[in-house]
Design a protein around this ligand. Structure first.
Ligand SMILES: Cc1ncc(COP(=O)(O)O)c(C=O)c1O
Length: 420
């Protein structure tokens, strides 16, 4: 990305050898398995991840409840998004908060991603622990301690490229104060928001004033304009798509007004519109940076409904995550209680879907149980295991510290470590 004329070029040493510390990611295979990992059966305790994988365990050897990833679907989704970005001329910093899994970040970086997006200082610390050298913090950072830590990171590593967001002159003042004495300015984008959205300047004049304040700060460098269209719509209704369109056009105009070298937008639901509306800025020399993250596992409900590739045809993403839960009680006709609940499966964008039981549905989740409603005569006994489709990757990974990855034969070929 640094190579484009007029586009974003980081401060410091821009010759980046590797965007993530590969050996640090490899060392995750040396971690010893034990009682801390709820997916791991007791007979595997004491082995390292690598040793355990060498025994080629089967999915059925693992306990329930369980979350698994599909190796083929993951690779398909990563390469599909990388191809889309390459064809559209857009750079990509996948949102790392979705998985908080350095091994999956490495897959995305190996496929061509420019860097990793993160949401807060604690996540940036994880990124730095694994040597991630290009980070967009898609948020404002005003915690003085976190800013001091960031300054030390920038001073210690000339190859560390970091961009964060500001949406007020107060943010600029707080950053300027806390970053006093840091050897190079911190790159920032001005965040444009919209009424009903989340953070970001609501008013364009205010955004221009924030940009001016950044330019006057000795501790900051204005590099661009950013925002998140995903906060403005939740479906593909004409009103939802129009709200996203209107916002992205405004972001494009604002980027022009402040002469932004970097323009960033884009989750997993409307990245096609980002390409249509902001993509042309690439021809003017700007770097347009997508931050889609949830696409990596896609899902069976919410994203399946809104994903641009499903809507527009083409090589659609594939659901790459599955839940597995065991029937622990059949207390009434038509009701089975499963041993996985809110602690195990996402539930904020739709409840899990039983995939192999026609006519059945999950009606509710408790902390540790799912209520599975069954059609009359369904043959499901205590002890049976149910395969579940899931919705919303961003609240899926945080419930698991080690997630088995399965091949087409249901053999465990990897264990993905997360850090939330
Ligand atoms: C600011 C920001 N950018 C990008 C994303 C990624 O969007 P998605 O989860 O749809 O991939 C998110 C997700 O919440 C976000 O908050």
């Amino acid at each position: 990305m640094a190579a484009r004329r007029g586009g974003y070029v980081a401060t410091g040493q821009t010759e980046v050898v590797a965007v993530i510390d590969g050996p640090a990611v490899d060392r995750l295979r040396d971690e010893r398995l034990d009682w801390r990992f709820k997916a791991v059966p007791a007979d595997a305790w004491g082995a390292t991840v690598g040793e355990y994988l060498a025994t080629k365990p089967a999915r059925g050897d693992l306990g329930t409840p369980l979350l698994t990833l599909d190796a083929d679907a993951l690779d398909h989704n990563v390469s599909t998004m990388a191809d889309w970005c390459a064809r559209s001329g857009l750079a990509h910093a996948p949102h790392g908060k979705t998985t908080m899994a350095p091994a999956l970040w490495r897959k995305q970086l190996d496929a061509g991603a420019w860097g990793i997006t993160l949401a807060n200082a604690a996540q940036v610390r994880v990124g730095r622990a694994f040597g991630v050298r290009r980070i967009m913090l898609a948020n404002a950072l005003v915690d003085p301690g976190a800013l001091r830590w960031l300054g030390a990171q920038l001073d210690a590593d000339p190859g560390f490229e970091f961009v964060s967001w500001v949406d007020s002159t107060r943010t600029v003042d707080l950053m300027t104060e806390a970053l006093r004495g840091v050897g190079r300015p911190v790159d920032v984008c001005v965040e444009l928001g919209a009424p009903g959205g989340r953070t970001g300047c609501r008013d364009d004049d205010e955004a221009v004033a924030v940009a001016r304040a950044v330019r006057q700060s000795p501790a900051l460098r204005l590099v661009g304009a950013a925002g998140y269209e995903g906060a403005l719509a939740h479906d593909t209704s004409p009103e939802g798509l129009a709200a996203v369109d209107t916002y992205l056009k405004r972001l494009g105009r604002f980027a022009g007004a402040i002469d932004a070298g970097l323009v960033s937008a884009g989750g997993s639901a409307y990245f096609d519109q980002v390409g249509d509306i902001l993509g042309p800025l690439v021809a003017t020399g700007a770097t347009v940076l997508l931050r889609s993250g949830a696409y990596i596992t896609h899902d069976d409900l919410f994203l399946q409904g809104v994903s641009p590739l499903t809507r527009r045809g083409g090589a659609a993403f594939r659901p790459a995550a599955r839940g597995w839960a065991r029937v622990v009680s059949r207390p009434e006709p038509g009701l089975a209680l499963l041993d996985g609940g809110k602690r195990d499966f996402p539930y904020d964008e739709g409840l899990p879907v039983p995939l192999d039981l026609p006519g059945a549905h999950v009606s509710a989740l408790n902390d540790q149980h799912s209520f599975l409603r069954l059609p009359a005569g369904a043959a499901l006994a205590v002890g049976d295991v149910v395969r579940l489709g899931l919705s919303h990757p961003c609240t899926m990974f945080d419930k698991w510290t080690l997630i088995p990855v399965l091949d087409a034969e249901d053999t465990v070929v990897d264990l993905v470590r997360t850090y939330f």
